[in-house]
Design a protein around this ligand. Sequence first.
Ligand SMILES: C[S@@+](CC[C@H](N)C(=O)[O-])C[C@H]1O[C@@H](n2cnc3c(N)ncnc32)[C@H](O)[C@@H]1O
Length: 289
Amino acid sequence: MSAIVAMDAGAADVLPLPVKAGAENRVHAKKQAGAKNIVSRHFDKAAQSYQSGARLQQQVAADLLALLPEVTPQQQKRLLDMGCGPGWLHPKLKNYCSELWAADLSAQMLAEAKTLNQASCFIEADATALPIPANCIDSIFSSLMLQWCPKPADVFAEFHRVLKDNGCFYLSTLVTDSMAEFRQSWAQVDNHAHQLKFLSAAQVLAAASAQGFVCQSDIRTYQLFYPDVQSLARSFKQIGANYVAGRSDSGLGGKKRWLQFAKAYEQFRTEQGLPLSYQVLKIVARKSR
Ligand SMILES: C[S@@+](CC[C@H](N)C(=O)[O-])C[C@H]1O[C@@H](n2cnc3c(N)ncnc32)[C@H](O)[C@@H]1O
């Protein structure tokens, strides 16, 4: 662990998952490996196509970035981009800190981020088990990662541990009723889950408060439009979002069911195309105790 803080700010290295000993930690490592295998496999595959498909992510990250306070050149501020993806936001995030660290579950996403050479430290890790010492980060920026984490409380506990006193996190995540058109169209075809299960804003905020954060938040609807369901499915694949927990077959189903889904989705068509709406919760939270 201490290797991280001792790192030269100019040395861009990918740090491995933390190595721990003992039975308890072997279970922990196994669980972590399981999560990594499923979610990170999708994001690994999408690392190179991500940016061209990430329309929602770009809009949301720009709005979240606007909430960050400016820093003066004299201020020493270490900022962690948690769930950084391919690091496309790093040139901008650099304006809000004196030192940028980047962390992600996906090695391929980190490899892409590393090519930009904006962060001083690249950490391959699960947000619920960060190989980062306590009380050493001034701010955490995390855009659209949390909905991939089944237990937000565990993520917030790690944020609380690594943040300095009075440190803040700036986070966006998807909440209940996101992708309603998609869900309602599939509901006319079968009873399977075809998308992530989103928590309510109240659940996410309660999890953050319970870990000792004072939160300010807002929810906004973002809407994207697609010419047809094929391009919608293609965009999920481009960004690695074509994974649904609990389904070994994350594909969108057989041809017949797919045609039924496409027909059902037509009920939502507008002049701009087929809409897909996301409910995005943004939180600015301060570590208070
Ligand atoms: C939708 S992308 C968002 C990337 C970037 N923040 C953006 O706004 O474009 C989600 C990212 O979170 C990462 N991720 C998902 N679950 C994670 C976890 N448990 N720990 C760390 N990173 C995770 C994925 O590998 C992926 O790069």
